[in-house]
Design a protein around this ligand. Structure first.
Ligand code: ZN
Length: 320
């Protein structure tokens, strides 16, 4: 994927391809969360595509299909294991591969993720390859810390820099990716990196999703005061909460019908959903579903929201 703020870098590489002066090695630099890896993958996909069109991949050829499936034999992603380093064996393996002709495409692609995590032996081994590049192979190094790479490696690569987008452009993009209405705060938390902002948003949402679900479960089984929970929920986006409730109630109904092969949306909450499914009759669940839809619709109207949510939650309490 090419993000809107990467057009210039994309054009630079396209021009180099057209004019036949693409170097053997690229070094993509820029802070974490500006989309370097997605950009590199898109460019790799493009370089491997058998029928590129208008500076983009065709998306249909054998190469594109293999690339999308993550099984392209001419594409190699080299990365450290969690918290580790890129080891010399990984680079040697790459050198071996590189001596062979491409399988499907006319190029071979090597993508080093967080290239600065190479240990010294790996770095020396890579340097040799960079000094004697083989035709039809492209090495792309990605790093947010180019200063940690050896100067000789850096000098063998053409550097492509990625800056974070302007605040306006980042906010414009973020609002197309999230329902969070405070894109500016998210972006500030991420120090201007849009992808980091999105990640923070998703993590926050996951946390809220879990805590709302826990509240809901406690209310059902009479372990939390519905009035207190209703007040707590007022701090959040109630439309979002009621969308989640719809998903959960439908999941429970599905489990009630067929608990052997559950096709549910919230698989992470399976155990708790099964507990709810076994506590309610199907009739009660449909009532709950109706009530929950009704409440969700009334949220748009001019009514007292705390009262509305409270009345919904009271109606959820089992054996009241
Ligand atoms: Zn293609």
């Amino acid at each position: 994927m090419i993000y809107p703020w990467q057009q210039q870098q994309w054009q630079t590489l396209q021009n180099a391809v057209t004019e036949g002066r693409l170097p053997h090695a690229l070094l993509l630099t820029g802070k974490q969360g500006v989309g370097k890896l997605d950009f590199a993958k898109s460019f790799a996909d493009f370089m491997l595509c058998q029928d590129p069109q208008n500076q983009t991949t065709c998306g249909k050829c054998h190469s594109c299909q293999l690339f999308d499936a993550g099984t392209h034999p001419d594409f190699n992603l080299i990365a450290a294991e969690e918290g580790g380093v890129i080891k010399v064996d990984q680079v040697r393996n790459m050198v071996e591969q590189n001596s062979l002709t491409p399988h499907i495409s006319s190029n071979k692609l090597y993508l080093f993720v967080d290239a600065d995590s190479m240990n010294i032996a790996a770095s020396n081994s890579l340097l040799k390859t960079l000094e004697e590049p083989s035709p039809n192979s492209l090495i792309i190094l990605i790093t947010s810390r180019p200063d940690l790479l050896s100067a000789t490696i850096r000098s063998r690569c053409q550097q492509i820099k990625f800056n974070p987008p302007s605040q306006g452009q980042a906010i414009e993009w973020l609002t197309t990716q999230t329902t969070n209405t405070d894109a500016k705060t998210l972006l500030n938390l991420a120090q201007g990196s849009p992808l980091t902002a999105l990640k923070i948003d998703h993590e926050d949402q996951k946390e809220l999703n879990d805590s709302v679900f826990a509240d809901f479960g406690r209310v059902i089984f009479g372990k939390s005061d519905p009035v207190k929970v209703a007040n707590e929920w007022q701090k959040h986006d109630l439309k979002l909460i009621f969308n989640w409730l719809t998903i959960w109630v439908i999941d429970v109904i599905r489990l009630k019908y067929n608990d052997s092969e559950p096709m549910i949306n919230s698989a992470d909450k399976l155990k708790a959903l099964l507990k709810i499914a076994s506590a309610f009759t199907l009739e009660q669940l449909f009532e709950l579903y109706e009530k929950q839809l009704q409440t969700g619709r009334l949220l748009d109207k001019q009514v007292s929201k705390p009262l509305l949510v409270e009345s919904f939650l009271v109606s959820c309490v089992l054996n009241r």
